[in-house]
Write a protein that binds this ligand. Structure first.
Ligand code: AQP
Length: 333
């Protein structure tokens, strides 16, 4: 809590252009969480992004573009604190302290580490392993009460809670214990090419994901190529029909229909109609965001002002926590 307001914290990596998975699982909920009784911190997590190799110029451009996208999705930088993670040095400072109270065994159980180390076998770096500790630092620095995330990040919220509870037990009541918040619909959008895998913005196969700023033609094309099955019936059954079920889930996420309504809408139709209908719903849903995004990308100075103001406000809150942590550790504070 800060001045009687609940604290909300969430982040997104500039590791590519956000997908419709990032959008329905996270970004579109961010503006909805802004309210009189809450203070939201929304962070472009570029320190997390370098756990995988990044081209510095592309990372810089993706960072700017992500700030524009957050605003285009409805995040208001006056009501919320929009900032870039590396602009607030306390993330690294707290992360080191927390590293020293996190066990290797806990980190070794993280599915994301296992997934990413198999995808990037040539670069299994220590940062990939300690990623959840940096994420715990992101959350605990702001004394966050609520952390909205997609399903894939739930395990990281659990380890963050374990780290905070242990730290408080050993060093006094320093951290607020956060709660994860996962949306009911769209918490796990799957790849269009491999519905057993979640949709990811860094997927090397561009047909696996639709990005928030893809053109209508690209979206149509990607959905047309989406993997389905050969049984020909439009029915929601994630276990036996993962591709079709993923399309139906995306369709409901963008239209607001229930699954039963969506199934009824496509009853007796072929997969072509489902693919086309889903692509249309996505294109329509993204239209206003894409227009606002283009407008904002024409105001680079304004985007830099937003980042600077966000960094200043985030640093103030983060410094308060680090001061308490350092004092508790026996450091000069
Ligand atoms: N497929 C998804 N469905 C629903 N939610 C998702 N999120 C990610 N993928 C899906 C949610 O988006 C937020 C930001 O994610 P992130 O950028 O911090 O990292 P990530 O979870 O690793 O996302 P990506 O797209 O898969 O990035 P890369 O390819 O770089 O690893 C989080 O709240 C996440 O849950």
């Amino acid at each position: 809590m800060e001045n009687g307001k609940k604290i909300v914290l969430s982040g997104i990596q500039p590791s590519g252009i956000p997908t419709i998975g990032n959008y329905v699982g996270a970004l579109r909920n961010w503006p909805l969480l802004q309210g009189e009784d809450r203070l939201c911190y929304y962070c472009v997590a570029n320190l997390h992004a370098i756990t995988v190799k990044q081209d510095p110029d592309v990372l810089r451009q993706n960072t700017l573009s992500l700030v524009a996208l957050l605003l285009a999705c409805g995040v208001d930088p006056k009501r919320s604190v929009v900032f870039v993670q590396s602009d607030v040095k306390e993330h690294c400072e707290l992360s080191w302290v927390l590293n020293c109270s996190t066990y290797m065994g806990e980190l070794g159980r993280m599915t994301q580490f296992k997934d990413k180390s198999s995808k990037h076998a040539d670069n299994i770096n220590a940062g990939l392993f300690t990623y959840p500790v940096l994420m715990a630092a992101d959350i605990l620095l702001y004394q966050s009460d609520i952390v909205p995330v997609g399903e894939d990040q739930r395990q990281h919220i659990e380890i963050c809670r374990d780290i905070a509870i242990r730290f408080n037990k050993n060093h006094g009541d320093i951290f607020t214990i956060p709660e994860g918040y996962t949306p009911k619909v769209g918490a796990r959008v799957m790849s269009l090419q491999n519905p057993a895998q979640k949709m990811s913005k860094s997927d090397p196969n561009p047909n696996g994901f639709a990005s928030i700023i893809d053109t209508p033609e690209a979206i149509q094309k990607k959905f047309r190529k989406a993997v389905t099955d050969c049984d020909g019936v439009v029915r929601y059954d994630p276990e036996n029909k993962p591709g079709v079920s993923n399309l139906l889930a995306i369709y409901t996420s963008f239209t607001g229909m229930s699954m039963a309504e969506a199934e009824a809408r496509f009853a007796g139709e072929n997969y072509g109609a489902l693919k086309n209908g889903t692509a249309e719903a996505v294109i329509e849903g993204l239209k206003p965001i894409q227009a606002e995004y283009s407008r904002l990308m024409g105001s680079v100075d304004y985007l830099h002002e937003v980042m600077e103001d966000g960094a200043r406000r985030a640093s103030e809150a983060a410094a308060r926590t680090v001061k308490r942590v350092y004092a508790a550790m026996g450091f000069n504070a």
